[in-house]
Every structure is written in structure tokens, then in C-alpha cells.
Design a protein around this ligand. Structure first.
Ligand SMILES: [Zn+2]
Length: 470
């Protein structure tokens, strides 16, 4: 199979190493970890771990028990409850300490809710159809939870002793408030401090229309997620006696200013390299713009072309967009308040305070209150550590030979923001490959390819062996 291809390419030394590995794996020709992986995913999907359903602690408890049953000492398995109905799980696979500081392995247990009435099949019963698994969370991110769990258990069974501690952190509210990852990286930093983190909830690969692998994203940065609320207030009054000033009109004017504002073009080494690498494997106007932008980030025309594409604009500039609106209290009264929710995806390196001040400028009306919602954190990007990048690249190439492994910045945000804030460089290196249609994460009929999910098992096994094997 793939080993044959590799053998022709590698030096004698590598050949003999591989033969050693092959001998090892034939001796332990036990493929039960693949069926275990599927059954575990099926089991996890059945927990409705969406916000408000109280199932995260129940599922965390199940996982805790699985680790303990597999032989992890209870003192290394930490189930951390969090009020009112959350939990997170930290599992330390103790190493012999010869390989350096710990590595964090991340995934999240919660899902975005799914309404059974909207789906073709029950979202909380995993089904297999045409080579794919369907169910809420099969991709985001129960595939990550199941695979890391399964791989730890598989390694334990084989008597593997890592050269450094491997520390699983499973969070409980990544899709909503991200409080559990913050708790794990502050209050429990003594358990989670690490040289770097590998996130199974980000990065990943793409297949083309013929299901041929085209590229793999090594996610080293994420935009920060910040939400603001704009409020216009007015004394109001009877709608038969309109005033010149009006909360709804004032808010509309503020939103129009926001709509017309374009945040300045930005780039980092990661995004410039990303555009360069992606442009190499594509043709057409957008690919040309990518190439030009990677060579000269001041190329306004190239930035404009990229900004026209909803999935690229976030890689070129900060974006802020109105997402919710609420105003007035009666059909025959002048509005006393009008409120808009504005969600921003901010380039790494810009603080919440800076963003707040910038929005005040853009709105240009001091009478509009601008409030920060929640407790957002600005995220730095992670320097691409060559040793980490090269290791992931070789692991990916074992299964998808020769494909480009491209450092990237995600326009969305994950728990990785908070590990980066805690000073732990974080890389999204999920090994799942998606076909053109994608995985429908957060959407209807979420799916994952079965073949990709099974390779995912071998990939993580290899990643952990490469980072922490003898
Ligand atoms: Zn996710």
C-alpha cells in the first residue's frame, strides 16, 4: 500500500526504520481500534451536549471512566465540574521525561444544538450512509474527542510510554462562551502548562471534486472573536407627534457607517505564506490576486479582489458585521431604544480596547453607546515552530503523500485563542479531510467521511509516536 510508495523514495536508513515499524505493526495486527473508534463516535453523538441540555458532565463522566478502565491512574484523570451544567476533562499520559515538556492535545465535547425536526434523520443517532457518518458533532468535534480518547487507550494497551507527558484537554463550551478552556488554562494551569498544543478542532485537509487530496491546513493563528452592542436611546413619545431625533434612525445611521467602513488591509507572515502556497496549486483571477498579495501586501487591487470573496475577506482584513437587531416597544410609540449586535473577527494583535475605540470612530456619534459583550480575548498568533510543522507534515504525508501542508490563519475562533493567550503556541492539525461539500459543521446533516475518519485514527497514533515515541 502506501508504504511501498514511500520505500522507493526514502534513504536506506529510513527504509530500515520503516521495516522495523512494519514488523512491529504486523506482530500486533489488531485492527479493533478502528471498530472501537466508530463505536465510540456513535456513543458520543448520542449525547446532546449542546448548551442548556446538561449533557456535557454526563459525557465527561463516561469518558473519565473509559480512561480509568484503560489503566490511566485516577490521579491523572481530572474531571472538573463547572456551574451550572458544564465540565471539562484533563487526562495526563505520563511520560518518562526524556523528551521535554508536555504537549497539550485539544478537542471540545460540546456541540451546536440541532433540532431533530429540521434534520433528515435524528441528529443524535449516528448513521452511516454512502461512505459517510451523519450526526451532530460527527465532525465538530466529537471526531476529535473520540480519536484522541481512542488513541490514548490504544497506546496504553500497547504499553507505550511517551518520552514526555501528553495531556488531553477536553473543554465543555467551545461553541458558546469558552469558559471551560479559560478555567483549564488559568485556575488549572498547573495541569495544562505545555510546550505547545495540538488542536484536533482546527486545521485539516481538503479533497477536490474527484476526492483527490489537494492540501492540508496547519492552523497557526485565529482571528479573535469580539461582539459589541450598539444602542441608541431616545425619550420617545407618541407616534402621532414625531420628534426630529429617533432611536431607530440614529442606530441605522450608525450601522450604515459601519457597513461603509472597510477595515485596513492586514497581513502576517502566516497569511502571506498561505496565499503564496495556495496560489501555487490553482489558476485563475483569484489565484493571481493571492500570488500578488503574497508578494506585495500593499497591492490594493489584489486585496480588493480577495475581499470580494466571503471566505477570503477574513484573511485580508478585520471584519465587523451586524448580526441582530432589536428596537421599539409598541407600534404606536416612538422608539426609546434601538440595539444592534455587531460581531467582529479581528486580526491577531489588535486588543479589545483598540477595537472598541475604532468602532466609536467609525460610528461617529457619541450618543450611540457601544458596549463589549461577554469577555472576549484578543489572540496572538503562534510562531510556526519548524520542528512541529515538519513533524505534522511528515505524518500527513504518510497518508496523503506529497500534498502541500500550508500554514494558515482561521477566520473563525476556537479554544486555541485561550491557549495562545496562556502563552502556549497552538496548532490546529486535525487530520480530517473534507470533500467539496464540506462537513456542514453547525449546519444541517453534519457529516464526516468514513475513510477519512479511519485514517484520522492512524494519523493521530503516528503524530503522538513521532512527537513522544522513542
Ligand atoms: Zn469545533
Amino acid at each position: 500500500m502506501k508504504l511501498g510508495k514511500l520505500l522507493t523514495k526514502r534513504s536506506l536508513l529510513v527504509v530500515s526504520l520503516l521495516l522495523g515499524l512494519m514488523a512491529h505493526s504486523t506482530a500486533a495486527e489488531d485492527k479493533s481500534y478502528k471498530t472501537d473508534a466508530v463505536e465510540l463516535l456513535r456513543e458520543l453523538v448520542s449525547y446532546r451536549t449542546a448548551k442548556g441540555h446538561g449533557q456535557v458532565p454526563v459525557m465527561a463522566k463516561l469518558l473519565e471512566q473509559k480512561f480509568i478502565n484503560a489503566g490511566f491512574p485516577e490521579s491523572d484523570v481530572h474531571l472538573i465540574p463547572k456551574e451550572p451544567d458544564l465540565a471539562s476533562l484533563i487526562v495526563r499520559y505520563k511520560g518518562d521525561g526524556t523528551g521535554g515538556r508536555p504537549i497539550l492535545l485539544m478537542a471540545h465535547m460540546d456541540v451546536v444544538d440541532a433540532l431533530p425536526s429540521d434534520w433528515e434523520d435524528d441528529p443524535f443517532t449516528m448513521i452511516e450512509k454512502e461512505g459517510r457518518f451523519y450526526g451532530r458533532g460527527v465532525s465538530d468535534n466529537k471526531a476529535g474527542i473520540a480519536t484522541l480518547t481512542n488513541t490514548f487507550i490504544r497506546l496504553k494497551k500497547e504499553g507505550f510510554v511517551p518520552t514526555r507527558d501528553l495531556v488531553i484537554v477536553f473543554s465543555g463550551d467551545e461553541e458558546t462562551d469558552m469558559t471551560t478552556i479559560q478555567q483549564m488554562t488559568t485556575e488549572y494551569i498547573h495541569l495544562t502548562d505545555a510546550e505547545f498544543a495540538l488542536n484536533a478542532d482546527a486545521g485539516g485537509g481538503a479533497l477536490d471534486e474527484n476526492d483527490k487530496p489537494v492540501s492540508f491546513n496547519f492552523q497557526a493563528a485565529e482571528k479573535s472573536y469580539m461582539t459589541f452592542e450598539f444602542t441608541a436611546r431616545n425619550p420617545g413619545g407618541h407616534s402621532s407627534a414625531p420628534r426630529k431625533d429617533n432611536a431607530i434612525y440614529d442606530l441605522m445611521a450608525a450601522l450604515e457607517n459601519l457597513e461603509n467602513h472597510r477595515f485596513p488591509v492586514k497581513s502576517t507572515e502566516i497569511t502571506r505564506n498561505y496565499f503564496r502556497d495556495v496560489a501555487n496549486s490553482r489558476t485563475g483571477k483569484v489565484a493571481q490576486a493571492m500570488k500578488r498579495f503574497s508578494e506585495n501586501p500593499n497591492d490594493v487591487e489584489a486585496a480588493d479582489i480577495l475581499s470580494e470573496h466571503p471566505h477570503l475577506v477574513g484573511m485580508v482584513r478585520t471584519t465587523c458585521i451586524a448580526t441582530m437587531l432589536k428596537a421599539g416597544h409598541a407600534e404606536n410609540a416612538l422608539p426609546q431604544t434601538a440595539t444592534a449586535t455587531v460581531n467582529c473577527r479581528v486580526f491577531p494583535g489588535v486588543s479589545v480596547e483598540q477595537m472598541h475605540a475604532k468602532l466609536s470612530d467609525v460610528v461617529g456619534n457619541n450618543a450611540i453607546e457601544i458596549k463589549v459583550l461577554g469577555n472576549p480575548k484578543a489572540s496572538p498568533d503562534s510562531p510556526v515552530l519548524p520542528a512541529v510543522y515538519e513533524t505534522i507534515k511528515s505524518a500527513i504525508h504518510s497518508y496523503y503523500p506529497g500534498i502541500p501542508v500550508v500554514g494558515s490563519m482561521a477566520a473563525y475562533a476556537t479554544d486555541g485563542i485561550h491557549t495562545r493567550v496562556a502563552g502556549i503556541p497552538t496548532y490546529g492539525v486535525s487530520g480530517v479531510f473534507y470533500d467539496i461539500g464540506g462537513g456542514f459543521e453547525h449546519g444541517l446533516n453534519e457529516r464526516i467521511r468514513k475513510d477519512s475518519y479511519l485514517i484520522f485514527q492512524d494519523y493521530w497514533y503516528e503524530v503522538l509516536n513521532r512527537f513522544a515515541g522513542k
